[in-house]
Design a protein around this ligand. Structure first.
Ligand SMILES: [Zn+2]
Length: 182
């Protein structure tokens, strides 16, 4: 099977980071509307977002369901997880420019004013699907560092990524080194 030549574009990388930032935030017990608002703004949202506690609850449920994609053991299982989520939640793809305020892009939520939970779940599935198809690998994983449950998206072309951050990679290397000397 030939590998696709496409390199994941800047836009998809940005969407992938937004996806993991939200999943990681919403996996914390202290995630609230202000924190969700801050992450969305850090990723370029400018509209009045009016994130409600009901939105946070729906987004938290979405984040839990998205974890199945990140814990999938192989590409086929990750694709199955994405297909299950898309079949339950996604609408037909549609193009939007949000009334001319953004560049044209694809959404699979029901409409431009869909609830944030629906928007988050469907846009995350679309992003993770693009990453999977581009690399023909699972789109990401859960950090291998002890005690870290953070997810990451793997957009690199080298060996599969194992840690959410350089900090966790270093911490794990140091711990392994200590164990080997004990
Ligand atoms: Zn980590």
């Amino acid at each position: 099977m030939p590998m696709p030549n496409a390199i994941i574009g800047h836009a998809v990388r940005g969407l992938a980071r937004r996806t993991t930032d939200l999943v990681n935030l919403l996996s914390r017990d202290d995630a609230d509307a202000a924190a969700v608002d801050a992450v969305l703004r850090a990723h370029g949202e400018t509209d009045p977002l009016d994130v409600s506690s009901a939105d946070v609850a729906a987004m938290r449920a979405a984040a839990l369901r998205l974890r199945a994609v990140f814990t999938a053991p192989d590409t086929g299982a990750a694709a199955d997880s994405l297909n299950t989520l898309l079949a339950r939640s996604a609408h037909p793809p549609r193009l939007t420019s949000h009334g001319g305020t953004t560049h044209w892009h694809v959404h699979v939520d029901g409409h431009d004013d869909a609830p944030l939970g629906e928007w988050f779940l469907t846009s995350a599935c679309l992003t993770l699907s693009l990453v999977l198809t581009d690399r023909q690998r699972p789109p990401g994983g859960v950090c291998a560092a002890a005690g870290c449950e953070r997810v990451f998206v793997d957009t690199g072309s080298g060996s599969p990524r194992r840690y959410c951050s350089q900090r966790c990679a270093t911490r794990s290397r140091v711990a392994a080194h200590r164990r080997s000397r004990a």
